[in-house]
Design a protein around this ligand. Structure first.
Ligand code: MN3
Length: 382
C-alpha cells in the first residue's frame, strides 16, 4: 500500500524557488500530502526563522556556522547543521520520499547525488547539478530508479508536453524570452551596467540567473540540462527566441506532431507539477490564458550578439569536464559583473578563454569534476 504523506526536504527554502515552493505547499487542497522534514537556507536567517515556525522541520541547515548558532538558539529542539556537509546530512535521510533542490551553485550537486543514492525522487531547480555532472547524476538516477522532475519552466514544459515519454521525441524546442537586450546593438550590450541587466522583462528571479538571461548563458545551461534530462543529442535541441514568454517550450514527436505547454509566466505551475504530477487538481489554479488578441512571435537566436549561447552548445557537445569549465568561469564572471568590476561583454571573454585553455577529461569522476571547478574558479581572473 502507498503511504499518503510524502516526506519532503527543501534545499534553498529562502530563495526564489524555495519561497514559491512553500506557497505551493500552503495552497494544496490536501495539506497532508507533504510533510516537510528538513529545510536549508543560505544567509537569510530572519526569513528562515519564520519558515521554521510555520513548517516545523526536524532538521535544518544554514549557510554559515554563525547562522546555525543563531537558529539553534531560537529552536533548541531541532537538529541544526551548516554548509555543504550539512546539506549532505539533510539529504542522507532514508525517510525522505522527495527532495527539492532549490539551492543555486555547485553546492547542490553532492546532496542531490546522496538523495538519489537513497532512492529519493528529486524535484530539480539547480542547473549546476546536471551541467557539472549530468552523466553521473542520470546514471545514478537510473540505477536507483529515481525520478528527476524538472522545476525549470522550460524543462517542465517538455515534461508536461511529452508526459515523460522522452523516447518518443524527435526534437525539443526550448523557448527563450531573449532577456532585456534582445533588440539592442552589440555595443549597447557590451556597455550595459548591472542595473540595466537586472531589469528582466518577463520573469522575476535571483540576480545570477537574471544576468545569465541577459547574456543567454542561462539558455545555454538549459540546453545542457535538457540534453541530460531528456537523453537527446544536441542536434535535437533547438532554442527559439519568444519574447512574450507564453510558450514555455515544446516537443516534436517522431511522427512530426508538435505539442507545446503555454500559459502566463508563473513558477507555481512548474514547481507544483514537479511535486504532484501527474495530478492536476489538488493545487493552485494559475490565471487562465486568454488566446483572444494575443500575438506570439518567434525568432532565431543571434549567436553573434549572444555568443555565450553558442559557447554553451559547443561545451555541451565536447562533453566531459568542458561544461564544468563553462559553468565555473561564468559564475565567477557574473559575480564580478554584479560588483561592477567588469563589463557584460567580459563575461563571454573570460569563459571563452578558460574553455580554450582546458584539456577535457572524458567520463570524469566526481572528484575530478570538483577539481576542475576549483582550478577554473581560482584561475579565471587571477
Ligand atoms: Mn528557465
Amino acid at each position: 500500500m502507498h503511504k499518503t504523506t510524502k516526506n519532503l526536504a527543501i534545499l534553498g527554502s529562502t530563495g526564489s524557488i524555495g519561497t514559491q515552493t512553500l506557497e505551493v505547499l500552503e495552497n494544496l487542497k490536501n495539506k497532508d500530502l507533504f510533510n516537510i522534514v528538513s529545510m536549508s537556507c543560505g544567509n537569510n536567517t530572519e526569513l528562515f526563522t519564520e519558515q521554521i515556525k510555520k513548517f516545523h522541520p526536524k532538521k535544518v541547515c544554514t549557510g554559515t556556522p554563525e547562522g546555525a548558532k543563531e537558529i539553534k538558539s531560537i529552536f533548541p529542539e531541532i537538529e541544526v547543521f551548516y554548509g555543504e556537509e550539512g546539506l549532505i546530512e539533510l539529504a542522507d535521510d532514508k525517510n525522505l520520499d522527495m527532495m527539492l533542490t532549490g539551492t543555486s551553485g555547485y553546492v547542490g550537486l553532492k546532496p542531490t547525488l546522496k538523495a538519489i543514492e537513497n532512492g529519493v525522487d528529486i524535484a530539480l531547480a539547480n542547473k549546476e547539478t546536471l551541467v557539472m555532472a549530468g552523466d553521473i547524476v542520470t546514471a545514478a538516477a537510473k540505477a536507483n530508479e529515481v525520478r528527476i522532475l524538472p522545476v525549470d519552466s522550460e524543462h517542465s514544459a517538455i515534461l508536461q508536453s511529452s508526459n515523460g515519454n522522452y523516447h518518443l521525441l524527435n526534437k525539443i524546442i526550448i523557448t527563450a524570452s531573449g532577456g532585456p537586450f534582445l533588440h539592442k546593438t552589440s555595443d549597447e550590450i557590451r556597455n550595459c551596467t548591472a542595473a540595466d541587466a537586472l531589469k528582466h522583462p518577463r520573469w522575476h528571479m535571483g540576480k545570477k540567473i537574471t544576468i545569465d538571461s541577459a547574456t543567454l548563458m542561462n539558455k545555454g545551461l538549459e540546453v545542457i540540462e535538457a540534453h541530460h534530462l531528456f537523453n537527446l543529442p544536441y542536434e535535437k535541441i533547438e532554442v527559439v527566441i519568444h519574447p512574450e514568454s507564453i510558450v514555455h517550450s515544446a516537443v516534436e514527436f517522431k511522427d512530426g506532431s508538435t505539442v507545446a505547454q503555454i500559459g502566463t509566466p508563473s513558477m507555481h505551475i512548474p514547481i507544483q507539477y514537479a511535486l504532484t504530477c501527474p495530478n492536476r487538481e489538488i493545487g493552485i489554479k494559475s490565471n487562465s490564458f486568454n488566446f483572444i488578441g494575443q500575438k506570439l512571435t518567434f525568432e532565431k537566436p543571434d549567436f553573434e550578439k549572444f555568443p555565450c549561447l553558442k559557447l554553451a552548445y559547443e561545451a555541451g557537445k565536447t562533453g566531459g569536464t568542458m561544461p564544468v569549465v563553462l559553468n565555473a568561469a561564468n559564475e565567477v564572471a557574473v559575480h564580478k559583473f554584479l560588483k561592477g568590476e567588469i563589463g557584460l561583454g567580459d563575461i563571454f571573454k573570460a569563459v571563452e578563454k578558460e574553455i580554450s585553455k582546458h584539456t577535457v577529461i572524458q567520463n570524469p569522476a566526481l572528484d575530478e569534476i570538483f577539481e576542475v571547478d576549483r582550478e577554473v574558479r581560482n584561475r579565471v581572473f587571477a
